[in-house]
Design a protein around this ligand. Structure first.
Ligand code: ZN
Ligand code: ZN
Length: 853
């Protein structure tokens, strides 16, 4: 048992004079205090549990669950310190708070660790979880561990499988062969969302390859429009994230036009354009090097194939360095032609390095007169440039000078465009799209950048996809009652040769539930983003073994009131989980359209201007900080160094400074200077009033920041100011200038305000103040706006020596403030109207006299 235990136990009862003397010498000992409270909190497993059948308003505070890599990093500490402060604030404000935590515990690192250390992924993962959980407890985060969710356990992932079957039933899960992103390092397929600048999201220097594979997809595009429209309603989300989602979904309105390819029997080429009104100006058609038609063109043309391979390599390289938009445009002629269905013109087909297969249809019509990129390309290869729009003059009288090419405008009229000449751009787009549809060679259409979500992974450590392949019946879903399909334990893991599960005959060989014949089990596992798409619903009913969760319970807690996590999830987890919620709503499982009411994305922690990384040797370990300064100082520093949304550059001295502040606060609160009892009818003097004012201003600042902008750095600065004021008031206190109950009240309030940020010390001081009830749910202090106000005084305003008005200004106001107040007063304005002020006489605190003529 830690040494301090007995001393504190006596202190919480009435201290004797001797003990008080001991106390005075006592210094803030973070390790002693934090060990003591950690032990107490861990003994009470229901301490942070949400109440069932509570009449209090609910509050669901959630931080994104971590991947159990083995140790927490400082970024985690910052994220959880923010969420924990909020949860504690809400508890103190009378809410029934749900504040759970769990583990996003499937994924590749466990397999890599297994290969390196010969430890099974399950063992490695569960050990890491135990370690990180102990760290979280040591840091004092107030989680309801009775609801812990661990995604790699069958009790959780069986519901991933259940959802998959439902998606399949509804036609929202399907299998198809397609070109997919392949990371050679991960040895698995990646979703589009996991490709960053052409590279793997986990291997920033590994170029993603394209492979043709049979894959399972989720039809997220069915919800593209709703996912887009819903962004407008997410007012509690950072604008940055909303913009990223809008761009990722990438709606564009345009027209699909089919061009026939003249040398291929009946083959058509679909072009997507947002400006069909310029189609008479098209002088070539250009394909992405990876367009399927290119393969047929190069089949019997080795020269062309070699050229195309070069283009593909260039395009990848440009993607790799993130400069695809700035690529120097060039291409090759195929010798083939596409026929413009509007005028029958034969347009040469080119393959160009700047056309991307993942945008639109991977084919464009090139209109050099009215598009910058097309112009550049046409100039280079001497392709005809044909004007088809003349800009409308701003003034109808004005004649338009010869326009400088290229130019793009919607404010113009068509020329050289057959029967469509003379129409405005807007009219032409409408008429020409209708014309295309009428003649069955195209239609107005909306395209999205968002593609269906490929979820098959050729890896071991994930949820088995519950599907069977029977020679007679084809694809057969595993019957619901046979779930879960358990991930086998004894598997040899290698990063080559396809899915590790395919090498486990006991797993692969199954019986077809339809015909009873032999069937082969699907050996790919699910993308781990499936796990995190709905985990927060499971927290509401974490031990349900009949359903993923009970709808009624989930509907009580949802939507999440505040979600907190990194911005790196803006287009991965935060889109997938919105999709999942909409799907569950359509199944009748939940009522909410969106999972999260408010989202907060905290800034990154860096050191010495760079991201913390092992290779740079600038990693600050939370364990080391906690053992040196204590959990309270570590947490408080992450909240104080800057506002939580900004990048934090870690300064070692900063944590030390915070520790010193907590030491001062400890001394101020535990200071046992004899309080001088005063006569009750003595008027409030200036010292007492100053304390009163500061106290109420501090409560106001901290409360307002919690409800609004979350500038916890200024909240903590306000606590420091209050503490400084109290600490400097020793002589006033001993002189009896401040009522003892005011001093005691201020100390008590200071502890209450500290509780969300530094819970260990706050609990210790609370007990030392002799408080009986739990600080966790002690009522948050209220401020009195009157008492928080700066004192005001009335200043008479004279004009030429005659009293005209009286203005109110804060006491101690400068001459400028008094003058401005006087000159803004209506009575003064009317009495000096039309006259000139020749002199202002100001007696600060007394009067102002304006001399006018
Ligand atoms: Zn990778
Ligand atoms: Zn069968």
């Amino acid at each position: 048992m830690p040494q301090g235990e007995n001393i504190t136990a006596t202190r919480s009862s009435q201290p004797t004079a001797d003990q008080r003397a001991d106390q005075k010498e006592d210094r803030y000992d973070a390790q002693r205090i934090e060990t003591k409270w950690s032990e107490r909190w861990q003994q009470d497993t229901s301490l942070y549990a949400a109440e069932s059948d509570s009449t209090k308003p609910k509050y669901y505070a959630l931080e994104m669950l971590p991947y159990p890599s083995g140790v927490l990093h400082m970024g985690h500490v910052r994220n959880y310190a923010i969420g924990d402060a909020l949860a504690r604030f809400k508890w103190m404000n009378g809410y029934n708070v749900l504040h759970p935590m769990g583990w996003d515990s499937f994924g590749l690192p466990a397999e890599n660790a297994a290969i390196q250390n010969n430890t099974p992924p399950r063992v490695w993962t569960l050990r890491n979880i135990a370690n990180m959980k102990a760290q979280m407890k040591r840091l004092g985060f107030a989680y309801d561990w009775s609801r812990e969710v661990t995604t790699c356990l069958p009790e959780y992932y069986r519901w991933n499988q259940w959802f998959f079957l439902k998606l399949y039933e509804k036609g929202l899960a399907y299998r198809k062969k397609s070109r997919v992103n392949w990371c050679p390092q991960c040895a698995t397929v990646l979703a589009n969302e996991q490709v960053v600048n052409g590279c793997c999201w986990r291997h920033e220097d590994t170029l993603v390859e394209q492979r043709e594979l049979e894959q399972w997809f989720l039809r997220i595009t069915n919800y593209a429009e709703e996912l887009l429209a819903g962004i407008n309603k997410l007012e509690g989300w950072p604008e940055k994230v909303r913009t990223m989602q809008r761009n990722w979904i990438g709606r564009s309105d345009g027209t699909l036009v089919d061009f026939k390819v003249d040398s291929q029997a009946g083959e058509a080429l679909s072009v997507f354009t947002t400006r069909v009104d310029t189609i008479y100006g098209a002088t070539s058609v250009q394909l992405a090097p990876e367009h399927p038609l290119v393969a047929t063109f190069t089949k019997h043309n080795d020269l062309l194939r070699a050229d195309v391979e070069k283009l593909i390599a260039e395009q990848r390289k440009a993607k790799e360095i993130g400069e695809i938009a700035a690529i120097e445009k060039h291409g090759v002629r195929t010798g083939h032609y596409a026929i413009n269905p509007f005028n029958g013109e034969r347009l040469p087909i080119w393959i160009a390095n700047y056309i991307l297969m993942d945008y639109g249809t991977g084919a464009i019509m090139s209109v050099p007169a009215h598009d910058e990129r097309d112009y550049e390309f046409a100039k280079k290869y001497n392709i005809e440039i044909r004007l088809v729009i003349v800009p409308s003059p701003d003034d109808p009288e004005e004649t338009v000078a010869e326009p400088v090419l290229p130019f793009t405008t919607m404010q113009g009229t068509l020329v050289n465009s057959g029967p469509f000449s003379g129409l405005t751009c807007g009219q032409a787009i409408e008429k020409m799209s209708a014309h295309a549809e009428q003649h069955s060679f195209g239609k107005a259409t909306v395209t999205y950048r968002l593609k269906d979500w490929g979820i098959s992974r050729q890896r071991y450590w994930g949820t088995p996809i519950p599907m069977l392949y029977c020679e007679r019946d084809g694809i057969v879903p595993v019957p619901e009652e046979d779930l879960p399909v358990i991930l086998p334990e004894k598997v040899e893991i290698t990063l080559s040769g396809g899915s590790p599960l395919s090498k486990v005959p006991e797993f692969v060989n199954a019986t077809c539930p339809r015909c009873g014949g032999p069937a082969r089990r699907e050996t790919d596992t699910m993308d781990t983003f499936v796990d995190s798409s709905w985990y927060f619903y499971r927290y509401t009913d974490a031990h349900n073994d009949r359903a993923p969760f009970d709808s009624k319970t989930a509907n009580h807690w949802f939507p999440i009131d505040q979600y907190i996590g990194g911005v790196e999830h803006a287009i991965l987890h935060l889109i997938y989980s919105r999709f999942w919620t909409k799907f569950m709503r359509d199944m009748g499982m939940v009522k909410n359209d969106e999972p999260t009411e408010r989202l907060f994305t905290q800034g990154m922690i860096i050191k010495g201007g760079a991201k913390m990384s092992k290779s740079l040797g600038n990693v600050v370990s939370p364990d080391e900080m906690v053992s040196r300064y204590g959990a309270d100082s570590t947490r408080l520093y992450t909240l104080f160094a800057t506002s939580p949304d900004r990048e934090l550059d870690w300064q070692g001295e900063g944590v030390e400074g915070i520790q010193r502040f907590l030491g001062r606060l400890y001394r101020v609160v535990t200071d046992s200077t004899e309080l001088v009892v005063r006569a009750p009818d003595l008027p409030v003097g200036p010292a007492a009033r100053a304390l009163q004012r500061k106290l109420h201003q501090t409560i106001k600042r901290v409360s307002v920041d919690f409800e609004g902008r979350w500038h916890f750095n200024t909240s903590i600065a306000a606590l420091m100011e209050l503490n400084n004021l109290l600490s400097g008031m020793g002589s006033d206190i001993s002189a009896g200038n401040i009522p003892p109950e005011d001093v005691a009240g201020a100390k008590r309030t200071l502890v209450l305000l500290l509780a969300p940020f530094a819970p260990f010390l706050a609990h210790e001081l609370w007990e030392m103040l002799g408080e009986q009830g739990s600080l966790l749910k002690a009522p948050w202090p209220k401020y009195d706006p009157e008492l928080a106000k700066e004192d005001e005084i009335e200043i008479p305003v004279q004009v030429n020596g005659k009293l005209r008005s009286v203005v109110t200004v804060p006491s101690g106001s400068s001459e400028d403030t008094i003058r401005d107040a006087a000159l803004a007063d209506e009575k003064v304005i009317s009495s000096i109207a039309g006259k000139q002020i020749v002199k202002k006489i100001i007696v600060p605190g007394k009067l102002i006299n304006l001399v006018v003529r």
